[in-house]
Design a protein around this ligand. Structure first.
Ligand SMILES: O=C1C[C@@](O)(C(=O)O)C[C@@H](O)[C@@H]1O
Length: 246
């Protein structure tokens, strides 16, 4: 696609129990996303590591070879409230990384530097990709801040840099796409971005043209505002691909 490649499609899982999650994973896998994200902050027995590992194994089995991204989204960045301290979250990341059930992990770049370094170490030790992310559910930060966030992820050792922001105007969406294009040209790692909500939905469809390597789409249930059903995203990407000659 002009300015970028066709972005990969990631569909989230937000099941609250192991049974719900396994059913959701099977339904999502049937729609063949390139990646499945397990948003473990939605999972009610999160404090029970054995139950998390059993659920991770069930998701892996249902995903039938589709790579899995493991994400505990912090509440301050739009995630669900969870009953774990940050040190227990790190223990959970370590246990899941060691279990061989996931392929990549997402961690917020705003977490304590020692925690980011620890997650970088453990993902590397287990051969997993690390997405370092930043989310603002209220607004779209100034353009220099967007650029700085993309660069910060690379500096911290990310394999992928991801920004999700809330636009308050189309100018905000436009700025995010511009910052994404600039980062995709200046950084050595893939970048991912999305503007959330209805105003930002266009960014989920055309972000690839501006250098975003991945777009999140609904397989069974949305994990953030403005996500579009996977079949509609796929059809739109195909139209753009044909039109731009990529
Ligand atoms: O970071 C992201 C992006 C996202 O917030 C979105 O807006 O599509 C959805 C989340 O599940 C994921 O972890």
């Amino acid at each position: 696609m002009a300015g970028g490649r066709v972005p990969a499609i990631c569909a989230p899982l937000v099941g609250r129990t192991r049974a719900a999650l396994a059913a959701e994973a099977a339904a999502v896998a049937a729609r063949q996303p390139d990646l499945i994200e397990w948003r473990v902050d939605f999972f009610e027995p999160l404090a029970d590591t054995g139950e998390v590992l059993a659920a991770a194994a069930a998701v892996k089995q249902a995903a039938a070879g589709i790579p899995i991204l493991f994400t505990r989204r912090a509440q301050r960045e739009g995630g669900q409230p969870i009953p774990l301290s940050e040190s227990r979250v790190l223990d959970l990341y370590a246990a899941v990384a060691a279990s061989g059930t996931v392929d990549a992990m997402d961690f917020e770049m705003e977490n304590a530097p020692a925690d980011v370094a620890r997650v970088r170490e453990l993902t590397r030790a287990h051969g997993l990709a690390l997405v370092l992310s930043f989310h603002d559910f209220q607004r779209t930060p100034p353009t220099p801040d967007l650029q700085q966030r993309f660069a910060q992820a690379q500096r911290l050792g990310a394999d992928v840099a991801k920004l999700a922001v809330m636009p308050q105007s189309m100018e905000d969406v436009h700025r995010l796409l511009g910052a994404t294009l600039a980062a995709s040209q200046s950084l050595t790692i893939p970048v991912v971005s999305m503007a959330m909500g209805g105003l930002g939905a266009v960014s989920r469809l055309c972000g690839g043209v501006f250098g975003s390597a991945l777009t999140f789409a609904v397989g069974a249930a949305a994990s953030a505002p403005g996500q579009v059903p996977i079949d509609e995203v796929r059809a739109t990407l195909a139209v753009l691909q044909r039109a731009t000659g990529a």
